[in-house]
Structure formats: C-alpha cells, structure tokens
Ligand binder design. Structure first.
Ligand code: MD3
Ligand code: FE
Length: 216
C-alpha cells in the first residue's frame, strides 16, 4: 500500500469501516493540508512538542503538545486534561479555525452531527516511536466522537476490541487520512506500531497525528 503511489491514490475518497461507529475517511484531509499546516506550525511554536512521562515513570517515545481550551498531559501523578501548558504555565494556544472546520466536516461525514472539539492533541512520531495499546477514556463525556488526522509518513494503526486481550487488526494510515470513531467503538483499544524509517515531502522522516476531542 505505502510507497505505491497508484494504490494510495486509488484509496483516496474511499471509506474503510472499522466498526459500527468507526471509519477511516481515506484522503479526507488532503484538500485541507495547505490550510491546516500554518496553524500547526504556529501551535508548535507557542507550545513546543515534548516527551512526557507516564505515571509509571517511562518517557513516551511520541512527542506531543496541545491546542484548545484543554490539553492532554501525563506525569508521575497520572493522565488528565489541563487548561494550562505545564511547561510554560500559560493556556494552550487556541484551536485554529480550519482544524475546527475539518473536525466538524469529518465527524458529519461519519454520521456524528454538530461535533465541537475543545481539545486537540498533536502527536509527533520520529522513526521507531510507537504508542502502546490503550483506550481514550480521560474525556469527561465519552458520548462525543474523536477525529484523528494523519500527516506525513505512513503508520500501522492497531485496532483492537473492548478488552485489551482482544485480537488487533492492522490498518495503514496514510498522509491525509482521517479516522472518526465514537458510539460503540469509542472505547476500543488501539495503538500505533513502531514508525518505519521513511520520507515524506511535507514532514521529512516524521508522522504527525492530530486528534480533535471534546474533553470537557
Ligand atoms: C481509537 N493516537 O492520541 S489516533 C491518541 O495516531 C492516539 O497518534 C494515535 O491513540 C495516533 O490517543 C491513534 C487514530 C485512531 C483511529 C481510530 C480509532 C484511534 C482510534 C478507533 C477507535 C479508538
Ligand atoms: Fe488513543
């Protein structure tokens, strides 16, 4: 799939149903990348990407930052959403309007009306970085969907079940793909396999994932 330009372009515009309430909208963000990229750079300039520590004391291989009213943070005390960047003591940068519009449009296309995110987590994967199997359950109301935008180098997404031990499916997420999940799929275990060494014209060796959430 990856590296094969013809196969990748043929996927564009298709929808991969992962579950009853989970979809990958192939290439949905491609037409918006030019509008999304400057906002992303502005956010990273104000709130730099950093490696947080898990409650267990491990440094995360993924570097992250946030924008919006709330940002996801991790330290020795646990995981939570917080209104201030712990590194600067200032509020997280505002959520760029084009990101809000993309989130709303993608949620709509996946069957979730009126999605208004108040939190946006930005993950940066360098070669070898990974995200272990986990559930997203730190948000206050799990009734809201999550919208995720993949940029740059392809990644193997691990899509599991509602129990950690359930078997996982592997799905390659490409530059411009948008995943939307909610409803009965909201608490699925999921993760990202170690990023393979590759080059993308926009991001170099990296993959950037932007997830838009309603956390408060
Ligand atoms: C979850 N990020 O930040 S998002 C996270 O690519 C996170 O950085 C990953 O998991 C990343 O919490 C994955 C993509 C995704 C797609 C579909 C899902 C996550 C999903 C369906 C159900 C649950
Ligand atoms: Fe997650």
């Amino acid at each position: 799939m990856t590296g094969d330009l013809f196969a990748d372009r043929a996927l564009c515009g298709t929808t991969l149903p992962l579950g009853a309430h989970a979809r990958v909208l192939r290439g949905f963000a491609l037409a918006h990348v030019d509008a999304l990229w400057p906002g992303l750079q502005a956010v990273i300039a104000k709130a730099p990407l950093r490696h947080m520590v898990t409650p267990g004391g491990q440094r995360m291989s993924v570097a992250l930052t946030n924008c919006g009213a709330l940002g996801w943070v991790s330290d020795r005390r646990g995981y939570r959403y917080a209104p201030l960047d712990p590194d600067s003591g200032r509020p997280w940068p505002a959520l760029p309007v084009p990101w809000l519009e993309l989130a709303r449009g993608a949620a709509e296309a996946a069957g979730f009306a009126d999605f208004t995110p108040d939190a946006c987590l930005i993950n940066r994967y360098a070669p070898g970085a990974r995200m272990g199997l986990h559930q997203d359950r730190d948000e206050r109301h799990l009734s809201h969907p999550i919208v995720s935008v993949s940029l740059g180098v392809p990644a193997v997404f691990l899509w599991g079940g509602l129990r950690r031990i359930d078997r996982t499916e592997r799905v390659t997420l490409l530059h411009g793909d948008v995943a939307v999940w909610g409803g009965v799929d909201r608490l699925r275990f999921h993760g990202i396999a170690p990023l393979r060494q590759a080059h993308h014209p926009l991001t170099g060796a990296q993959r950037i994932n932007v997830t838009l959430r309603r956390a408060g």
